[in-house]
Structures are given as C-alpha cells and as structure tokens.
Ligand binder design. Sequence first.
Ligand SMILES: NC(=O)c1ccc[n+]([C@@H]2O[C@H](COP(=O)([O-])OP(=O)(O)OC[C@H]3O[C@@H](n4cnc5c(N)ncnc54)[C@H](OP(=O)(O)O)[C@@H]3O)[C@@H](O)[C@H]2O)c1
Length: 281
Amino acid sequence: MRGRTCLITGATDGIGKEAAIEMAKNGYNLILIGRSKEKGEKVTKEITEIAESIDIEYFVADLMLMKEVSRVADEVSKKYKKIDVLINNVGAYFAFRDVTEEGFERTFALNHLGYFLMTKKLLPLVEKSDYKRIVNVSSSAHYGIDFEFDNMNGEKKYSGFDTYKKSKLANVMFTYELAKRIEKTGITANCLHPGFVATKFGNNNNILWRSVISFAKLLMAISVKDGAKTTVHLACSDEVADTNGRFFADCKVKQGSSKAKNDEHNKKLWELSEEFIAPFL
Ligand SMILES: NC(=O)c1ccc[n+]([C@@H]2O[C@H](COP(=O)([O-])OP(=O)(O)OC[C@H]3O[C@@H](n4cnc5c(N)ncnc54)[C@H](OP(=O)(O)O)[C@@H]3O)[C@@H](O)[C@H]2O)c1
C-alpha cells in the first residue's frame, strides 16, 4: 500500500463522505466506516471513479454499539500496520431518549463513547505513523452548556438538544484531555465545528423535528463541500502539523467553551469513559 492512510467514521453521507472525497483527491488511502453495506459500496465506487490511484476499503459497523466499535477497530488493526489520520466524524441528534441494547443513551454512545473507544483502540496504529493526526468533529453546539456527570445517560432528565450539546462538549473535553496525554508521542489531536451544514443531519427524527431542522438548513446552512473544509484542513494542512489540543472553526483556532477548560472535569470524563468502555476493550 502506498501513501498515507486516513480512517473516517460516518463516511457514507454528509461531512464524512465529503471529507473522504477531498482526502482521496489529496492522495490519501481511505478506510471508511458506516452502518450501511449498500451506501458504503456506493461511496466506494463514487470515490474510486474520482481518485483511481488510491486504496479504499469500507467496513460496516453500527458505531452506536461499543461491541461493534471494538470489533471494527480490531478488524482494522489486523489488516493495517498504521493509520496516519483518524477522523472521528460520526454523530447524530436524537429528539427522544432511548438506550442501546448495551444500556447507553444513544447520543452519549454514538457521539462520545464511540469516539473514545475507537481512539483508544486505534491509538497504537496512529502512533506507528510518521504523521499522527486525530481529528474529532464536534460542534459550536458545545457552547452554552455544562457537562452533567450525574446525568450522563440522560436517566434523570432528557432534552434532545441539550443532550446533543453535552455530547459535543464531551468531544471538546475529550480532545483537550487526549492532547495532554499524547503530548510526548508526536500525535496531535484537535476538534472542530464544521459550520451549520446542509447534510442529512437530523433526518433520523420524526417529521416534526425533520421539518424544523430542514427549514433551518434551508435558511442558513452552508454547502457540504464547505462544511468539510475544516475537517480536511486539520487532516492535511502543513499549517497545523504541530497544533495539538485546539478547537477550530472556519479553518482557524477558536476559543472552545470555558466549560471544556476544567482539567479536573476533563480527567473525570476520561476516567468514567474508561469504566464504561472497559467491557468492550
Ligand atoms: N450538519 C451540521 O450542521 C453539523 C454541525 C455541527 C456538527 N456536526 C457534526 O458533524 C458530524 C457529521 O454530521 P453530518 O451533518 O455529516 O451528518 P449526516 O449527514 O447525518 O451523516 C452522518 C454519517 O454518520 C453515519 N452514521 C449515523 N449513525 C451511525 C451509526 N450508528 N453507525 C455508523 N454510522 C452512522 C451516517 O450513516 P447513514 O448514511 O447510514 O445514515 C452518515 O454516514 C457529526 O458528528 C455532527 O455532530 C454537524
């Protein structure tokens, strides 16, 4: 296998798919993960037609389930010697609370725990690269909320919007803590807000929520191509080769929420996440 390899989660649509296309155009080999076999095959074909010379492999996994995150990370680890760029992109908004068969609230599982477990399991492969980048797709939704350690699974109260905001705050808290822990390894970890992007985000909800989100997208959203720019910038640009532990928007460093700057909270989130994912390692 030639060249650098980039792994992207949630790559069958939206920002993940667009980032995959751009990375392929930049000559990166791709490991893509999504939950639909058919959509994965379609995306693989589409990208192969655009960038014939790259290697591309698609893995099917429901990333809401930690056993699936673990399985797919093991499969990737068996086949690949290194990963140059790991992009944790998968994410969703759930208007109503439900728990997975593993007992985790869906937003918390997909948007945070999955990023944590995937990174933990693939870190040895990233370490073997001479490029070593981790990119976590968060959101500006992480502002204006604090993390609730006594309601991580939404068992006490649940609002879809607040839960989504907390999961995106968790992405930033996780990135800051990760950046500290990998400081001496040469790996960099950064997170980002992609913009409000005209993707299928939110379409998994009922007609009322879909209509509200679709109307907002119609009024304000940027194109998917523009929405993938900050992800691709963090994955490829020489400008950020030595940047570690920052939050980006519009391809520039921005102040993350002050709620993500509490070192004790970030450490606590890390330690609790380790407990949650321990059975799946
Ligand atoms: N769109 C925005 O305005 C916006 C703003 C800020 C942050 N973000 C963040 O950007 C990231 C990407 O969002 P997007 O807007 O591109 O969303 P999207 O268009 O809904 O795409 C999400 C991708 O994730 C996949 N996916 C969803 N659930 C999955 C699961 N359980 N297992 C495996 N794959 C799964 C989807 O697969 P299917 O094709 O099978 O559905 C799709 O490929 C998310 O982390 C989101 O929080 C988005």
